[in-house]
Design a binder for this molecule. Structure first.
Ligand code: 9MJ
Length: 669
């Protein structure tokens, strides 16, 4: 029995390791994630039943249970080197000349590798098993980060095959791929925690965790680029061949690595990688050129802690220092106010940058950025330039703190900010030039005023041509004005004027929704109409009265009050009413008197005579509550064509169902 168990364990471990190899090293996954997870689950279950068969190099043993109190020091027997820098082709040409002269050869072959912007790490394998992982530290003394490194799937806990040296110290870079970095930062912001400045800081922060469980959640990766201590085998005498051996043992090598010939080869490799830089999965800050021939490396030797046989040719910096001239406000088409840093133009990441986003007030507070400050600007890849930090030591005088304006810089309306939200927005939705087009599109849309024939494109055209400025102007449009527009035939113009006329007969709820007040959706608009019965009462309600309405909280209440406090908004509403927009008086004195009050409906499937949203609105107008899912609390389920599981559930629960005919009859009653 136990022998069979051991055999299955061995099989599973081998298979899992082999899939890891295909995925990370060969970059050619063999099985879907689900299959990989299944194998790992099976192994884990067997190991739980037979804990005596668990070994530290089992793929289930990546995440340790107990956090550390502190990291212990590690002495590097072979020092971990740093690299000299080349900032220009001239620097590189000097380097090449020194090598040619040093080894007395006309043309040198170089192993060219992307210079990854991560953390240098040493991995010590004894008899093929990962024993210890350490940071570079100062090159001689680093920190033991074995437990954290073990959580990185791209690092094998056990080497592949059998022909590896008894002692093998692999060196390489732990990185956080760009996509993982973006995701991690989104999560950080969501949790209200500080985002990381760049992938390198994120990788460093992740490895510095005392609890490996946290590191395990971070999207870290690893590429090898060399060896340190080796015992028990002579490795190939070319760097590139040695890297091939590492690859065969399951260590990941950067797929962009290449052997190039002479200075010319170095330069064309540089150019091709610089072109690709933004589309590579990992952040790189240059190219490392290493003399491929190990004999030549030995001839060249070292200066202080850097080899004379290698150099890092840096790409143009992605971070530069400049002056923050001012913080301006941009108003977006949805009314969001975004602070923008106006910068003294600076060349960074390959372009001249003179603006950077500052996101919101919280971000400005976090940076403590003030007009006149010296700041560090970062532009990586195609992303919008960011301000990384303020150089406080260069601050002079006492610049004032920044505060979001209380009035919209475009239209002068009051600004507002939801509690617990980072965005400040303009409340002059109907009037603000920045929001004009969106406000008009929303107003005309099917579920709002339902102006047939007035699509988004036409709204843009009407505003761009200066025919309308606000939603009220729509009702002044004449056929003569419209026919002047490009691609507007007389018939379409006439139809549009008719649709506008027809749209004037609406409902109070539609009208409230059409105003496009922040956080007032269709349902809230309907609730307000049902409760207050008249526009006047809604416009004049104070906070207390608004909070009495079911499902209306303080945010909605505040938004309504602020909206109807803006003179501009009031004027537009007044004009609309003067133009003849009207709705049937809602006669019910209170919502309890409406025919369907207290009844909960679910609508499922396709109705022939109306859309689901219209059906919903019709029910709400009669006081019913419309829910998205069937439960014991549901009173009626309206069933259209191809209804799906909600209909079955209704039958199971014994709930009354209505077909379309019965439903229409009910509405007409
Ligand atoms: C990076 N950071 O990608 C070296 N490196 O070699 C590569 N760093 C290095 N090589 C010797 N590709 C010392 C550092």
């Amino acid at each position: 029995m136990s022998k069979q168990v051991q055999q299955r364990i061995d099989e599973l471990r081998e298979e899992i390791n082999s899939h890891n190899y295909s995925y990370y090293v060969l970059d050619a996954p063999e099985v879907p994630d689900s299959e990989y997870d299944r194998l790992l689950k099976e192994l884990s279950e067997i190991e739980q039943k037979h804990p005596e068969l668990i070994t530290p190099d089992s793929p289930t043993q990546r995440v340790g249970a107990t956090p550390l109190d502190s990291f212990t020091e590690v002495q590097h027997e072979v020092p971990m080197l740093s690299l000299g820098n080349a900032f220009s082709d001239q620097d590189l040409s000097d380097f090449d000349r020194r090598i040619r002269e040093g080894v007395e050869s006309d043309m040198i072959e170089y192993a060219a590798e992307p210079k990854l912007d991560g953390l240098a790490i040493s991995l010590l394998y004894k008899n093929g098993v990962l024993e210890r992982a350490a940071t570079r530290g100062d090159g001689r003394t680093g920190e033991d980060v074995t437990l954290n490194i073990r959580t990185i799937d791209a690092i094998p806990l056990k080497l592949r095959g059998k022909d590896y040296p008894a002692v093998l110290e692999v060196r390489g870079e732990v990185v956080m791929p760009k996509t993982g970095f973006e995701k991690l930062n989104q999560q950080q912001i969501k949790k209200g925690e500080k985002p990381f400045v760049n992938p390198r800081n994120a990788a460093a922060g992740s490895l510095r965790q005392l609890d490996p469980k946290i590191t395990a959640t971070r999207p870290l990766s690893f590429y090898s680029y060399g060896v340190g201590l080796v015992d028990g085998m002579v490795l190939p005498n070319k760097h590139s061949k040695m890297m091939d051996r590492l690859k065969s043992w399951g260590l990941r090598i950067n797929p962009e690595s290449q052997v190039v010939k002479g200075l010319k080869g170095c330069i064309s490799y540089y150019e091709s990688l610089a072109d690709k830089r933004n589309s590579l999965p990992d952040e790189i800050d240059g190219i490392v050129y290493k003399v491929d021939n190990v004999k030549f490396q030995e001839i060249m030797g070292f200066v202080s802690r850097a080899p004379r046989w290698a150099i890092a040719r840096k790409f143009p910096a992605q971070e530069e220092m400049t002056k923050l001239i001012a913080i301006d406000i941009q108003v977006g088409r949805t009314g969001a106010l975004t602070p923008v840093a106006r910068l003294e133009p600076v060349f960074v990441g390959g372009v001249t940058v003179s603006n950077a986003t500052l996101h919101n007030q919280d971000e400005i507070d976090r940076l403590d950025a003030r007009a006149g400050d010296t700041v560090i600007v970062r532009r990586a890849g195609d992303v919008i330039p960011q301000i990384v930090s303020v150089v406080k030591s260069k601050r002079s005088g006492k610049p004032r703190r920044f505060h979001m304006p209380t009035a919209c810089p475009v239209c002068g309306s009051e600004t507002a900010r939801f509690e617990d939200e980072a965005v400040t927005f303009c409340t002059g939705g109907l009037f603000c030039e920045a929001q004009r087009k969106e406000a008009i599109k929303h107003f005309a849309s099917r579920r709002a005023m339902n102006v047939d024939g007035l699509g988004d494109k036409l709204v843009e055209q009407l505003v761009d041509e200066g025919l309308i400025n606000t939603i009220a102007d729509l009702y002044h449009l004449k056929v003569e004005d419209l026919v002047q527009l490009e691609r507007m035939a007389e018939k379409s113009a006439k139809n549009l004027v008719t649709s506008l006329e027809t749209s004037k007969k609406t409902s109070l709820a539609r009208f409230i929704f059409a105003l496009g007040i922040h956080s007032i959706g269709e349902t809230t608009a309907q609730t307000l109409a049902n409760h207050f019965l008249s526009l006047d009462k809604i416009m004049n309600a104070d906070k207390e009265q608004l909070l009495e309405v079911p499902d209306i909280g303080p945010i909605v209440a505040d938004n309504l009050i602020t909206f109807f406090k803006q003179q501009h908004n009031l004027e537009v509403v007044e004009q609309l009413l003067a133009m003849g927009i009207s709705w049937p008086t809602i006669k019910q004195k209170s919502k309890t008197e409406q025919p369907l009050t207290g009844k909960t409906f679910v609508v499922t499937g396709t109705l022939e005579s109306m859309g689901r949203n219209d059906a919903k609105a019709a029910l709400q107008e009669l006081g019913a509550k419309v829910s998205g899912s069937v439960s014991k609390k549901t009173d009626y389920v309206v069933i259209g064509e191809n209804p799906g599981s909600k209909a079955t559930k209704a039958q199971d629960l014994g709930i009354t169902t209505l077909d379309e005919t019965a439903f229409i009859a009910l509405l007409n009653q």
